[in-house]
Write a protein that binds this ligand. Structure first.
Ligand code: HEM
Length: 543
């Protein structure tokens, strides 16, 4: 018997086939459109003719080579605006043109963190301030701002001073060599101090990291797990694939370690939030918690915030890992770099010590610290030369014309004073690169010279940063909400430590390099396996 194919198919099957063909056609058209846009942008658009370094590898692009030194070399060769290739040869616009940067960081409806970057970050940190955009970001920022204002920082300064004194006592107790100098990895102590501070000032939690008799808390271990994932340059490819291609999240679950860390953090975070709420509602007269979490709770409950605008518990808890990741290693890295710079410039260290010792108190207020002119110049110069955050990225969320202050000449020799940014185009925002731009700071831009702040160059006024003509805390709607907090903590540390100790490098300066992670920290060449560290010789101030 011969099988015959039925010429007339049942109606539901025909319908199904028609729908499948339509779906396929729609997906096909979308893919084709995307491919066309990518091919056009890469090979035929005006963007493709922006000059820049050659692409050394189709897979890695210039990815591993985007160091401060290399990008500065390219700046000298191609000018302030050029094109680089990153993973899978995707292009990014690199620009230190202040007119362009002004638009990029201030027009947050057009230029935002890329969706895949936000997806990756929120898989680690939850929906914290760092990963939100548009109305969600505006709402969060409005509620969180009072917790980071100057009056809040004034109230926290005694904590910064107390914890600095605790660190100072710990270092004073370290064994010394015959000449009276102790060899100390200062990064370890500074990290422990800033961890204790963010625990108490952030959410009234005692990490006790400066107390060597106590072991790491459960929350500390969970946060460290998260921090290692966010700070590492070499995190596994799995999270990246999950973030870039949402469909893969069904087949590539997050690692067990990460899920465990998130669960611990959410459980303890919820408990801390409930404590803060209970204390706020109790209305006790002597209730005097000043941590960011309780201020956030108060601000969220205030009459000024309409019911519909208030944050859910989950959103408040999601801010805790953000405080931790954004506010802990950044400040310890900045202070470590400050000690490094002061060791390399003993004359600056001596002048600073003289100014600090002229103050007759062990417990200065933040206003007194801000009134010390040489300390201010040293801190500014540290944040300029050793910006802890090297760069950030943005993506054009819609087509835009980006104006330039300095025109670029394309590969055909044509000059342009603007760039057409197609939707989806990534931008490399070079924070440290702009801070060291020789066009602004002169040919000695890379050198540490606090006295350059006696006369700020006119061109520095164009830097669109939130603080001190610098880009270290960024600017625009996503500027660092913790900048006042961080500077007060750093100044408190320097005040206590420089009055108490003299600092020298324990290894030759040419052995110190920068570890290329999200936060820039020093490392010793030849001891890469130890990770970030700064071995110093430390002794009590003589006489
Ligand atoms: C030296 C210390 C610090 C540096 C250099 C620094 C730098 C930055 C930078 C560059 C950004 C912008 C990131 C971007 O949009 O791509 C940022 C954002 C942020 N920082 Fe900091 N930061 C420091 C300390 C702190 C501290 C102490 C806290 C909290 C206690 C903090 C909390 C935040 C938060 C929550 C954001 C997100 C703001 C938003 O998106 O609206 N930071 N920081």
């Amino acid at each position: 018997m011969v099988d015959t194919f039925p010429l007339v198919q049942p109606r539901p099957l025909m319908l199904l086939r028609a729908l499948a063909s339509l779906a396929l056609a729609i997906v096909g058209a979308q893919v084709a459109r995307k491919v066309y846009r990518i091919v056009h942008r890469h090979f035929f658009s005006a963007f493709s003719r922006i000059p820049g370094p050659p692409n050394p590898s189709w897979i890695r692009g210039n990815f591993g080579r985007l160091t401060l030194a290399k990008t500065q070399e390219w700046q000298a060769q191609y000018g302030p605006t050029f094109k680089v290739h990153t993973l899978f040869s995707a292009t990014q616009l690199y620009t230190i043109d202040t007119v362009a940067l002004h638009r990029i960081i201030n027009l947050s409806e057009i230029y935002q963190k890329a969706p895949f970057v936000r997806a990756r970050m929120s898989s680690l940190l939850g929906r914290g301030l760092l990963v939100t955009e548009d109305d969600e970001h505006t709402k969060l920022r409005k509620i969180m701002s009072p917790a980071f204002g100057l009056s809040q920082v004034r109230g926290l300064t005694q904590l910064f001073i107390d914890k600095s004194l605790e660190l100072s006592e710990f270092w004073a107790g370290q064994p010394t060599e015959a000449d009276g100098w102790a060899r100390i990895d200062v990064m370890v102590g500074l990290k422990a101090m800033t961890l204790d501070v963010i625990g108490l000032a952030g959410f009234n939690y005692h990490f006790n990291s400066l107390d060597k008799t106590k072991s790491a808390t459960e929350l500390d271990s969970a946060f460290q797990q998260l921090f290692t994932q966010t700070a590492s340059r070499n995190t596994s490819i799995r999270p990246l694939i999950r973030a870039m291609f949402p469909i893969t999240r069904f087949v590539l679950p997050p690692s067990k370690k990460l899920t465990g860390a998130r669960e611990t953090m959410d459980r303890i975070g919820l408990q801390l939030l409930q404590d803060a709420k209970a204390q706020t509602l109790s209305g006790e007269k002597d209730y005097d918690r000043r941590d960011l979490l309780s201020l956030l709770v108060k601000s969220n409950m205030s009459q000024e915030i309409p019911e519909s605008q208030r944050l859910s518990d989950a959103v408040v808890v999601a801010q805790l890992p953000t405080f931790f990741v954004a506010g802990h290693e950044t400040t310890s890295a900045a202070t470590t770099w400050a000690l490094y710079a002061l060791a390399l410039h003993p004359e600056v260290q001596t002048t600073l010590r003289a100014e600090l010792l002229s103050m007759g108190t062990d417990a200065p207020s933040v206003d007194a610290l801000n009134g010390l002119p040489y300390l201010e110049k040293v801190v500014r110069e540290v944040m300029r030369v050793h910006s802890p955050v090297l760069f950030t990225n943005r993506m054009a969320m819609q087509d835009d014309i980006l104006p330039l202050g300095t025109p670029y000449t394309d590969t055909r020799g044509v000059q342009h004073d603007s760039i057409f940014m197609a939707k989806g185009q990534m931008i490399w925002v070079p924070i440290a690169g702009l801070n060291r731009d020789p066009r602004i700071w002169g040919p000695d831009a890379a050198e540490f010279k606090p006295d350059r702040w006696n006369a700020v160059p006119e061109a520095a006024n164009a830097i669109p940063g939130v603080w001190a003509h610098l880009f270290s805390f960024l600017g625009g709607s996503h500027n660092c909400i913790g900048w006042r907090f961080s500077l007060a903590e750093m100044k408190s540390l320097l005040y206590i430590l420089i009055r108490a100790f003299e600092f020298e490098l324990a290894v030759s300066p040419d052995k110190i390099a920068t570890l290329r992670t999200a936060v820039q920290r020093p490392m010793v060449i030849g001891e890469e396996e130890k990770g970030p560290q700064l071995p110093m010789r430390v002794r009590r101030v003589q006489g």
